[in-house]
Design a protein around this ligand. Sequence first.
Ligand code: G3I
Length: 385
Amino acid sequence: MSTHHPDRRRLLLGGLSLPVLTACGGGGGSAAPSPAPAAPAPPPPLADVPALKTHFAAHFKFGMAADPSGYRNAIANPVILRHANSITAENCFKPASLGTSPGVYNWATADELVAFAAANGMVVRGHTLCWHSQTPDWFFTGTAAEVRAKLETYVRDVVTRFKGKVACWDVVNECTSDDASSAYRNSRWLQILGPAYIEHALRAARAADPDAKLFINDYGTEDPAKLARLMTIVTDVQARGAPLDGVGHQLHVNTASPTPANVDNALRSVANKGLVNHVTELDVSLYSDPGSCFAPSRTGCAADITGDPTLLAAALKAQALQYRALFNVFKQHASLQSVTTWGIADNSTWLSGFPIARGNRPLLFDTAGAPKPAARAITDDGYAP
Ligand code: G3I
């Protein structure tokens, strides 16, 4: 992926004063040489932005997602240290990372992340305990009673390990169906345990750490139809008397979608249930692909624009406006207590490989860790991207 970026170039060139080069040779005549045309003044450097954790402190915590390999990176490290007071592990808290076999745990990387957070004033969002993806097959073997026991034991052991160190858990991740056939995703959890698996996981988490806040986390809540299915699940969970504190909205969005009104609607719906909102995985892709791009065939995906300075500049402007619109909604919701971007800077993002391998720049900081127009747009109302 190219690292060329107009804002970064401005940042690098903005402080330099280059001598004006004049034509050499000739002369000797009596006429005074005509002055060389003045070079256009370089655009001012894109100023650094305020620390986001401070700028938004009156509204919500500001977090970033990374594993230790991500936040140790030389570009990313100063960015997360300056801007984040919350961290989510991108992968190392998932069952496939922690729970390699029944009762055997691989704590090292997660422990390292928890220590990093404590040393640098960040709370930890635990992601995730119960998911249809990145979960070893051993969870799903045996009778329903055995599968339930394995789920409850896993949740108990992991939450106990991090009791008092992880502020909140995405206890159940992506349990909502993507189509209208059912509210619930047709996962192995659902097939074996029915909808009660959500309640079992929530109760086990609450028992292990009564102070940790417990979330259901999902993508697509900005789609009113999917939101309605999620709210059906929330209503069911509450009717069962299961402990649930909030809903996480992943918000993997793009420059063209969603509308601010749809995000506002999602946050309002959750608050109306007496629950807290978190934005958990925010990024704004440069591409608005058709549905076929996300089908197994991966057809119709937009072409990479990161090598075309004109198209890239236009997309980064649209991205800045989208980020600003979203944050303007976020700031209006007292129930929204945390906003996390899914990554630190554009040098490392899952969207480089999804839905196809392609350059993408979905975050607030560029491939060199410098603030992008989007970062300026959310912190400076007078800035025109
Ligand atoms: O660590 C191995 C490495 O050893 C191996 O060589 C390499 C080869 O593929 O794979 C590496 O693991 C990858 C891992 O990311 C770490 O980079 C996995 O294959 C890959 O599947 C995994 O992808 C993660 C994905 O979840 C898994 O579903 C992404 O990083 C992560 O950003 C993504 O995060 C999810 C959230 O948890 C839930 N919401 C959606 C979000 C984006 O998909």
